[in-house]
Write a protein that binds this ligand. Structure first.
Ligand code: ATP
Length: 266
């Protein structure tokens, strides 16, 4: 199905309603509505510069939408006080493109940081939890290494362990496999599926890696940089095979006749 729809069900964990995102007068996306189902992997797709990262930023509390709502478990996120938003943020784990580890801290210290900032757990408990989180991503051996001493794929996994430090039920990934070789990238896909299937996490992912999205994503939205709207909804595989919008099908099949997605100027 490729028409924008937004029917909330009991399964809905995040409901985005008529969202308009802008930087000053510049509209990035408008009237965007979609639901993210609990325990699913939801892909934000579209050409370069269409506003995928901007949408993610608004969902994790870094950019206030111009208009519209983001409901998290039915609670209107941006209508809450800053204090309440901070509480809700504890449900979120975020993995940015770079992994974004502090270079002056060991891997273990990086993962411990959110626990030290937001909990009263004693150091030995933190250490044990850090070992557990690193164990989940197969990185327990790297606990005392510095980010500069490990590979890009390992940094991503360490970033993932840190994103999970506070046991979030919602994970946001911005280009998690950027810069990884195909094998490491496939391992990361397996890890993301394990988070969904083993821990029941709900995952919102921005990625250009279509092959990865075909493998892992259950649902998604396709943002268009020209009309500044969401022009299709559905699982990436479905959009690839049967979207009724030729440009979407072409993009998802990476057909070369499609003019390359352009960055919006300004
Ligand atoms: N802080 C900002 N101020 C003004 N414009 C911005 C800002 N951040 C992003 N933009 C613009 O918003 C638009 C959407 O950018 P965004 O990074 O969200 O796109 P994207 O779909 O994630 O792109 P890509 O796939 O290339 O990463 C672009 O035109 C970008 O130039």
């Amino acid at each position: 199905m490729t028409e924008p729809t937004a029917q909330s069900t009991d399964d809905t964990l995040i409901a985005v309603r008529d969202l308009t995102l802008s930087f000053g007068p510049k509209i990035i996306q408008q009237n965007v509505s979609f639901d993210v189902r609990r325990g699913s992997i939801f892909a934000v797709m579209g050409g370069s510069g269409c506003g995928k990262s901007t949408l993610l930023k608004s969902m994790i509390g870094l950019l206030r939408p111009a208009t519209g709502q983001i409901l998290v478990s039915g609670e209107d996120y941006w209508a809450q006080s800053e204090r309440r938003r901070t509480d809700i943020n504890h449900r979120f784990g975020v993995l940015f493109q770079s992994g974004a580890l502090w270079s002056s801290m060991t891997v273990g210290e990086n993962v411990a940081l959110p626990m030290e900032m937001f909990t009263d757990l004693k150091p030995p408990v933190v250490r044990r939890l850090v070992e557990l989180k690193l164990g989940l991503v197969g990185m327990e051996h790297a606990i005392d290494l510095f980010p500069s001493e490990i590979s890009g794929g390992m940094r991503k996994r360490a970033g993932l362990a840190r994103a999970m430090a506070l046991d979030p039920d919602i994970l946001f990934f911005d280009e998690p496999s950027a810069g990884l070789d195909p094998i490491t990238s496939a391992r990361l896909d397996d890890l993301i599926l394990t988070l969904r299937d083993g821990l029941g996490a709900t995952i919102v992912i921005v990625s250009h890696e279509l092959q990865s999205l075909f493998t892992i994503a259950d649902d998604g939205i396709f943002l268009d940089a020209t009309t500044h709207t969401a022009i299709a909804h559905g699982a990436p595989r479905t959009l690839r095979d049967s979207s009724d919008i030729p440009d979407v099908r072409a993009f998802m099949n990476r057909v070369s006749s499609l003019s390359p997605p352009a960055k919006t100027k300004g």
